[in-house]
Design a binder for this molecule. Sequence first.
Ligand code: FES
Length: 101
Amino acid sequence: MPEWVYLCRIDEVPDGRARTIEVAGARVAVIRDGDSIVVISDLCPHAGGSLGSGWIEEGELLCPLHRWRFRLRDGRCTTLRGNDVHRYPSRIDDRAVWARV
Ligand code: FES
């Protein structure tokens, strides 16, 4: 059953970038877009790249290995249809980032 778990402080993620966090048996990518946070699965469906090492361009996260693109708002892969990543519910409380993992 998914539960809300603490991930990090928003200030620990550089704006426009992401970081990988392992929590509750899952590896997630925490992505920062200004004062907003998106949490998705860290594993790129193409060849297993770490999306936590990616960066944002035009509302999408780019995988660092071969630059597949994933839409921040819903995790949809816009490079090759049918390769979406799971997007976890997340929230920010007093600059602390939480996700339902
Ligand atoms: S592993 Fe992510 S684009 Fe290839």
